[in-house]
Design a protein around this ligand. Structure first.
Ligand code: 13P
Length: 254
């Protein structure tokens, strides 16, 4: 990656762990990653576990955040969680538009755009996920799909707002499948995303923005992926549930 961008390794815990498990994983992550000052590290626990994780991580070098947020400010939206709530727990980050939310909760590029705006207004760092499905890759539609997700999902933001966004490229076919994109496949799409960001925010800001790769990242493949020019970190699912493997990935970024 470019020298000017500090890598970010984010652990998406998805719907795993319970209270005790989350606290102990947070403690272990803190212990094992504290020495990597050249890498930003954060974890994204399930909503009900954030407060307990905050008790461990607040004020430390390991950030934390939510896996989603409501596009609304507050009110009668049963089951939803607002930016204000996340902020009040000390969250710095929020994941938006993960492919599992798109698939199981019918999230659209338009809802991603509204949620991203909400996160930015609140001062949270949005980690906006994009990525094609297997059928789209096979039919040669990867770039078209990703272009729409980026330009609509982050549409209407000012260059200064875009500068605060982290993009995560997660090809759906590589998530939880053990099938990682090759470093060349990842770099190709990351470079394309950066070109889109240049068009939207100008070269200077696009060059400063972090684009993470996600999809079966492990200590064994992280180094090569992170060595790509436009890969600025990783959004890690399964391997973030073990402090040892998560720290192994952080080490590869350092
Ligand atoms: P895996 O690392 O388990 O493939 O998950 C990736 C992901 O979806 C992170 O958000």
């Amino acid at each position: 990656m470019d020298e000017r961008r500090k890598p970010l390794i984010a652990g998406n815990w998805k719907m795993n762990l319970d209270l005790a498990g989350a606290v102990s994983l947070a403690r272990e992550v803190l212990l094992r990653t504290a020495s990597f000052g050249s890498v930003d590290v954060c974890v994204l626990p399930p909503f009900p576990l954030i407060q307990a994780v905050a008790g461990v991580l607040d004020g430390s070098a390991v950030g934390f955040g939510g896996q989603d947020l409501s596009k609304e400010d507050e009110g009668a939206y049963t089951g939803d969680v607002s930016a204000k709530m996340l902020l009040s727990l000390g969250c710095q980050y929020v994941c938006i538009g993960h492919s599992e939310r798109r698939e199981f909760h019918l999230e659209t590029d338009e809802s991603v755009r509204l949620k991203t705006g909400r996160a930015l207004t609140a001062g949270l760092v949005p980690i906006v996920c994009v990525g094609e499905r297997l059928a789209e890759r096979d039919s040669g539609d990867t770039f078209m799909r990703v272009e729409r997700q980026v330009t609509v999902g982050m549409g209407g933001l000012s260059p200064d707002e875009l500068a605060r966004v982290v993009v995560a490229y997660e090809p759906v076919w590589a998530i939880g499948t053990g099938r990682t994109a090759t470093p060349a496949q990842a770099q190709e799409v990351h470079e394309y995303i950066r070109k889109l960001l240049s068009r939207m925010a100008g070269d200077v800001i696009a060059l400063r923005m972090r684009i993470l790769y996600g999809g079966s990242v492990k200590p064994g493949n992280a180094r090569e992926l992170l060595a790509q020019k436009d890969v600025d970190g990783a959004l890690v699912g399964g391997a973030s549930l073990s402090a040892e493997s998560f720290a192994g990935i952080v080490e590869c970024a350092g």
